[in-house]
Design a protein around this ligand. Sequence first.
Ligand code: RP5
Length: 164
Amino acid sequence: MGEVEVGIIMGSKSDWPTMRHAADILDELGVAHETRIVSAHRTPDRLWSYGRDAAGRGLKVIVAGAGGAAHLPGMMASKTRVPVIGVPIQTRALSGVDSLYSIVQMPRGYPVATMAIGAAGAVNAGLMAAAILAVHDAALAMRLEAWRAALSASIPETPEEQAD
Ligand code: RP5
Protein backbone atom coordinates (compact mmCIF):
# COMPACT_ATOMS: atom_id res chain seq x y z
CA MET A 1 0.00 0.00 0.00
CA GLY A 2 1.16 3.51 -0.79
CA GLU A 3 0.61 6.81 0.94
CA VAL A 4 -2.43 7.24 3.15
CA GLU A 5 -5.37 8.44 1.05
CA VAL A 6 -8.31 7.66 3.33
CA GLY A 7 -8.83 8.97 6.84
CA ILE A 8 -11.23 6.99 9.02
CA ILE A 9 -12.31 9.12 11.93
CA MET A 10 -14.84 8.50 14.69
CA GLY A 11 -16.24 10.35 17.64
CA SER A 12 -15.33 7.78 20.27
CA LYS A 13 -13.42 4.57 20.83
CA SER A 14 -16.85 3.01 21.33
CA ASP A 15 -17.46 3.56 17.59
CA TRP A 16 -14.53 1.34 16.60
CA PRO A 17 -16.43 -2.00 16.56
CA THR A 18 -18.55 -0.44 13.81
CA MET A 19 -15.89 1.60 12.06
CA ARG A 20 -13.41 -1.26 11.91
CA HIS A 21 -15.58 -2.67 9.13
CA ALA A 22 -14.58 0.29 6.97
CA ALA A 23 -10.91 -0.32 7.82
CA ASP A 24 -11.24 -4.04 7.10
CA ILE A 25 -12.68 -3.57 3.63
CA LEU A 26 -10.01 -1.00 2.77
CA ASP A 27 -7.36 -3.48 3.95
CA GLU A 28 -8.94 -6.12 1.74
CA LEU A 29 -8.82 -3.79 -1.26
CA GLY A 30 -5.27 -2.65 -0.55
CA VAL A 31 -6.16 0.98 0.19
CA ALA A 32 -3.86 2.73 2.66
CA HIS A 33 -5.74 4.43 5.46
CA GLU A 34 -5.35 5.88 8.93
CA THR A 35 -7.71 5.70 11.91
CA ARG A 36 -8.22 8.50 14.45
CA ILE A 37 -10.61 9.43 17.25
CA VAL A 38 -11.79 12.95 16.51
CA SER A 39 -14.80 14.15 18.49
CA ALA A 40 -16.79 17.20 17.46
CA HIS A 41 -17.76 17.84 21.08
CA ARG A 42 -14.92 16.43 23.18
CA THR A 43 -11.94 17.35 20.97
CA PRO A 44 -13.07 20.26 18.78
CA ASP A 45 -9.51 21.55 18.33
CA ARG A 46 -8.44 18.12 17.03
CA LEU A 47 -11.36 18.20 14.59
CA TRP A 48 -10.32 21.63 13.38
CA SER A 49 -6.67 20.77 12.82
CA TYR A 50 -7.51 17.43 11.17
CA GLY A 51 -9.85 19.20 8.73
CA ARG A 52 -7.44 22.07 8.13
CA ASP A 53 -4.57 19.73 7.22
CA ALA A 54 -6.50 16.95 5.44
CA ALA A 55 -6.11 18.06 1.82
CA GLY A 56 -2.52 19.22 2.30
CA ARG A 57 -1.56 15.83 3.79
CA GLY A 58 -2.89 14.13 0.66
CA LEU A 59 -6.09 12.66 2.05
CA LYS A 60 -8.55 12.03 -0.80
CA VAL A 61 -11.56 10.80 1.20
CA ILE A 62 -12.59 10.99 4.85
CA VAL A 63 -14.90 8.37 6.37
CA ALA A 64 -16.47 9.79 9.52
CA GLY A 65 -18.55 7.77 11.97
CA ALA A 66 -20.44 9.22 14.91
CA GLY A 67 -23.44 8.44 17.06
CA GLY A 68 -26.19 10.37 18.80
CA ALA A 69 -25.80 14.12 18.23
CA ALA A 70 -23.46 13.14 15.42
CA HIS A 71 -21.90 16.42 14.36
CA LEU A 72 -18.49 15.07 13.36
CA PRO A 73 -19.10 14.32 9.64
CA GLY A 74 -20.88 17.62 9.02
CA MET A 75 -18.34 19.72 10.89
CA MET A 76 -15.52 17.97 9.05
CA ALA A 77 -17.26 18.67 5.74
CA SER A 78 -17.45 22.34 6.73
CA LYS A 79 -13.70 22.48 7.33
CA THR A 80 -12.29 20.59 4.32
CA ARG A 81 -13.12 20.13 0.66
CA VAL A 82 -12.00 16.49 0.94
CA PRO A 83 -15.16 14.41 0.37
CA VAL A 84 -16.68 13.19 3.63
CA ILE A 85 -18.62 9.93 3.87
CA GLY A 86 -20.72 9.77 7.02
CA VAL A 87 -21.54 6.61 8.95
CA PRO A 88 -24.39 6.83 11.49
CA ILE A 89 -23.50 4.69 14.51
CA GLN A 90 -26.31 2.56 15.93
CA THR A 91 -27.18 3.96 19.35
CA ARG A 92 -28.88 2.30 22.31
CA ALA A 93 -31.42 5.04 22.98
CA LEU A 94 -32.73 5.65 19.46
CA SER A 95 -31.19 2.81 17.40
CA GLY A 96 -29.12 5.20 15.30
CA VAL A 97 -31.99 7.19 13.84
CA ASP A 98 -30.64 10.11 15.87
CA SER A 99 -27.21 9.61 14.27
CA LEU A 100 -28.71 9.29 10.79
CA TYR A 101 -30.77 12.45 11.07
CA SER A 102 -27.82 14.36 12.54
CA ILE A 103 -25.62 13.39 9.58
CA VAL A 104 -27.94 13.35 6.59
CA GLN A 105 -29.66 16.75 6.74
CA MET A 106 -26.75 18.98 5.78
CA PRO A 107 -27.46 22.53 4.64
CA ARG A 108 -26.88 23.40 1.01
CA GLY A 109 -23.19 23.81 0.18
CA TYR A 110 -21.58 21.31 2.56
CA PRO A 111 -22.49 17.78 1.53
CA VAL A 112 -21.89 14.60 3.49
CA ALA A 113 -22.40 11.31 1.62
CA THR A 114 -24.46 9.49 4.24
CA MET A 115 -24.42 5.72 4.50
CA ALA A 116 -26.78 3.28 6.25
CA ILE A 117 -26.83 2.94 10.04
CA GLY A 118 -24.25 0.60 11.58
CA ALA A 119 -21.90 -2.03 10.20
CA ALA A 120 -23.42 -2.17 6.70
CA GLY A 121 -22.93 1.57 6.45
CA ALA A 122 -19.31 1.27 7.57
CA VAL A 123 -18.57 -1.43 4.98
CA ASN A 124 -20.27 0.63 2.29
CA ALA A 125 -18.33 3.71 3.35
CA GLY A 126 -15.11 1.79 2.75
CA LEU A 127 -16.39 0.58 -0.62
CA MET A 128 -17.49 4.10 -1.56
CA ALA A 129 -14.09 5.51 -0.63
CA ALA A 130 -12.43 2.83 -2.77
CA ALA A 131 -14.76 3.57 -5.67
CA ILE A 132 -13.89 7.28 -5.52
CA LEU A 133 -10.16 6.51 -5.54
CA ALA A 134 -10.63 3.93 -8.31
CA VAL A 135 -11.71 6.68 -10.71
CA HIS A 136 -8.00 7.56 -11.03
CA ASP A 137 -6.43 4.25 -10.01
CA ALA A 138 -6.79 1.49 -12.61
CA ALA A 139 -5.25 -1.23 -10.42
CA LEU A 140 -7.64 -0.45 -7.58
CA ALA A 141 -10.53 -0.39 -10.05
CA MET A 142 -9.66 -3.95 -11.07
CA ARG A 143 -9.46 -5.09 -7.43
CA LEU A 144 -12.83 -3.49 -6.74
CA GLU A 145 -14.38 -5.15 -9.78
CA ALA A 146 -13.02 -8.51 -8.64
CA TRP A 147 -14.37 -7.97 -5.11
CA ARG A 148 -17.82 -7.15 -6.47
CA ALA A 149 -17.80 -10.14 -8.81
CA ALA A 150 -16.81 -12.46 -5.95
CA LEU A 151 -19.65 -11.15 -3.79
CA SER A 152 -22.09 -11.63 -6.62
CA ALA A 153 -20.84 -15.17 -7.28
CA SER A 154 -21.26 -16.04 -3.59
CA ILE A 155 -25.02 -15.45 -3.69
CA PRO A 156 -26.89 -18.75 -4.12
CA GLU A 157 -29.70 -19.00 -6.63
CA THR A 158 -32.03 -20.73 -4.19
CA PRO A 159 -32.55 -20.38 -0.43
CA GLU A 160 -32.26 -24.07 0.38
CA GLU A 161 -29.52 -26.67 -0.12
CA GLN A 162 -30.15 -28.61 -3.34
CA ALA A 163 -30.15 -32.42 -3.12
CA ASP A 164 -27.59 -34.07 -5.43
C1 RP5 B 1 -20.48 10.27 19.91
O1 RP5 B 1 -21.06 9.88 21.07
C2 RP5 B 1 -19.63 9.14 19.48
O2 RP5 B 1 -19.51 9.12 18.10
C3 RP5 B 1 -20.32 7.92 20.03
O3 RP5 B 1 -21.05 7.25 19.03
C4 RP5 B 1 -21.27 8.50 21.07
C5 RP5 B 1 -21.06 7.91 22.43
O4 RP5 B 1 -19.71 8.05 22.81
P1 RP5 B 1 -19.17 7.37 24.15
O5 RP5 B 1 -19.97 7.94 25.28
O6 RP5 B 1 -19.38 5.87 24.00
O7 RP5 B 1 -17.71 7.71 24.21
O8 RP5 B 1 -19.72 11.42 20.04
